[in-house]
Design a protein around this ligand. Structure first.
Ligand SMILES: [Cu+2]
Length: 265
């Protein structure tokens, strides 16, 4: 900012004001960096990051993936502007021993501030509305699944998960689920707070002592599930994990028959 070209004094139209801001070379270069960073984050958020995410094995996981992508896209321009100006500043930092003279003082540019408030409010509003719609459709699905969901009672303890299938009379340390049947998890802890996280199912919910938390999902893809604890719960928190499987209905029935009355490791 070498001088302000009398921007504030002229009081021209907003369009002229904006044009004057962009007449400054440093603003144009920093904006170009901002656009580049936004584009990079747009691509990373939309195509590269989803390819690193675990396989989606339920509709919930699919919608969470979509939510992450859209929220990344919304935040990309914010990140772009901040990093764009940071990159410009870093590349044009002062080198050498003699400190440069102070630059001219500059006043708040109400047009830029106003525009930015409007744009960021609009982005937040999109995020809030989108989030509410997703939440609403998730609770509608829960109400619909309530009738024929298979109940799995999940117990967290330092430092293991165990699963009880009351309908089938089976207990297990592995999470076995039949494909395409809604499952209702009833989650509790016998000691400290844990968080039940079957990664590929897109479910992550607290396991508290004395208070059962309930959540449902419908596995829709065969394959392996990683079950982890997502709440720091003590010395071996990092090892509080087990595995599971989404199986065909037949395979699930075979597994149930083999384990009824017993307790699998
Ligand atoms: Cu835990």
């Amino acid at each position: 900012m070498s001088d302000d070209h009398g921007l504030v004094e002229m009081e021209p139209t907003p369009g002229e004001k904006l044009a004057a801001i962009f007449k400054q070379r440093e603003v144009r270069v920093a904006t170009a960096w901002g656009v580049l960073v936004t584009a990079i984050f747009f691509v990373i958020g939309g195509w590269i990051y989803p390819s690193w995410m675990p396989t989606a094995m339920s509709t919930d996981m699919k919608s969470i993936e979509r939510l992450i992508v859209i929220f990344t896209w919304i935040s990309a321009p914010v990140c772009g502007i901040v990093l764009g100006f940071s990159i410009y500043t870093f590349l044009h930092r002062h080198k050498g021993d003699t400190p440069p003279a102070d630059g001219p003082g500059f006043r708040t540019n109400s047009l830029v501030v106003g525009l930015w408030v409007i744009v960021s409010s609009a982005l937040c509003l999109v995020a809030v509305v989108y989030g509410l719609i997703e939440m609403n459709s998730a609770s509608a699905a829960t109400a619909e699944h309530k009738k024929n969901a298979m109940v799995v009672e999940v117990t967290g303890s330092q430092w293991a998960w165990s699963f009880n299938y009351p309908e089938q009379g089976v207990q297990s340390h592995e999470l076995m689920l039949p494909i395409n049947r809604p499952v209702e998890f009833k989650i509790i802890s016998v000691d400290v707070n844990h968080s039940f996280w079957p990664v590929q199912l897109g479910v992550k919910v607290d396991a508290n002592r004395l208070q059962t938390t309930v959540i449902d999902t419908t596995p829709n893809k065969l394959g392996d599930i990683d079950v982890k604890c997502a709440e720091l719960c003590g010395l071996y928190h990092a090892y509080m994990e087990t595995s599971g499987k989404v199986m065909s209905a037949d395979d699930f029935n075979t597994w149930v028959t083999a384990h009824q009355g017993g307790h699998t490791a």
